[in-house]
Design a protein around this ligand. Structure first.
Ligand code: GUN
Length: 283
């Protein structure tokens, strides 16, 4: 079997066209969706992610601004910035880029963001609402993955979804999201024994580990759907996923590539969440 490739880049483009039209409709009602991103320090990867986010907002007609703070910013100073943004009615979405420098406790900052402006979906309020299957801001990468699967008309209900990785940003929420869609969900992580034995049972295998090409053909059942969240830079500067694309595409029925797979969907869901926040706050 040779897998059909799910290009997130293509699906993302279609959704962004629709979002652009939605922004125009909101503008007619004098609602001007706005996202503010806060970045602390000079992490090059974070800086480039923030640039992508800004560019995507611009193209969609969403106002965006970036607050750049120095590496030595204290937790108190960052909290003050977040509090100001919470109070600012022209700001609908707040995103504090992670990771933060060691002197700042990420959990404290995330909990300081007003839940109704938490477009990352990281606040415990939104996590709790996702857990209890209520309307919530859902983290962008998990939401993008679900959207890709749905847009590809892949059935979810009753299927065995195996998630490799248990981060708060991707692994945990993506499993929850698929559970809410009536999948049977198994989580695997760094302490899992017999990993391959479990991944081979997956109808839908979602890999979010951060280890280049760690999932090979032997770890995938014939006909499985494989979603690769990895974004690993190799020593030659090229980008690789967590899945060995070339070998796994011979076994899978569907597979997402890296790049042009999950990445573009993540940013698109950030735009979607910002519009959702603008609509809810302004209604
Ligand atoms: N760092 C890496 N991914 C993300 C993300 O989705 N949101 C934030 N705030 N920081 C990140």
């Amino acid at each position: 079997m040779t897998a059909e490739i799910i290009y997130g880049s293509k699906i993302a483009e279609e959704i962004r066209e629709k979002l652009k039209a939605d922004v125009k409709e909101l503008e007619k009602k004098n609602i001007h969706p706005g996202l503010t991103v806060v970045i602390v320090g000079d992490n090059p990867a974070s800086k480039s992610y923030v640039k992508f986010k800004q560019r995507a907002c611009e193209k969609a007609g969403i106002r965006s601004s970036v607050i750049e703070l120095p590496e030595e910013t204290t937790q108190g100073q960052l909290l003050q910035h977040v509090n100001q943004l919470n109070e600012d009615s022209s700001v609908h979405g707040i995103l504090v880029q992670l990771p933060l420098p060691a002197q700042i406790d990420e959990k404290v900052i995330i909990e300081s963001i007003a839940p109704e402006k938490d477009v990352d979906g990281f606040h415990p309020y939104n996590i709790g609402r996702l857990q209890t299957n209520q309307d919530a801001f859902v983290p962008c990468t998990p939401l993008g993955i679900l959207e890709m699967i749905k847009k590809s008309n892949i059935p979810i209900k009753g299927k065995h979804v195996v998630v490799v990785g248990r981060s708060n940003i991707v692994g945990k929420p993506v499993g929850q999201l698929f559970l809410n869609e009536n999948a049977t969900v198994t989580y695997c992580h760094s302490a899992t024994e017999n990993l391959v034995h479990i991944t081979r049972q997956a109808d839908i295998l979602i890999v979010a580990v951060g280890k280049a090409k760690m999932i090979g053909k032997d770890a995938v059942k014939e006909g499985a759907v494989v979603v690769d969240v990895g974004n690993n830079y190799l020593s030659d500067g090229s980008l690789a996923g967590d899945v060995d694309f070339e070998s796994v595409k011979e076994t899978a029925s569907y597979i997402t590539p890296v790049p042009k797979g999950v990445g573009p969907m993540t940013i698109t869901m950030l735009l979607q969440n910002t519009l959702k926040a603008a609509k809810q706050i302004s209604s």
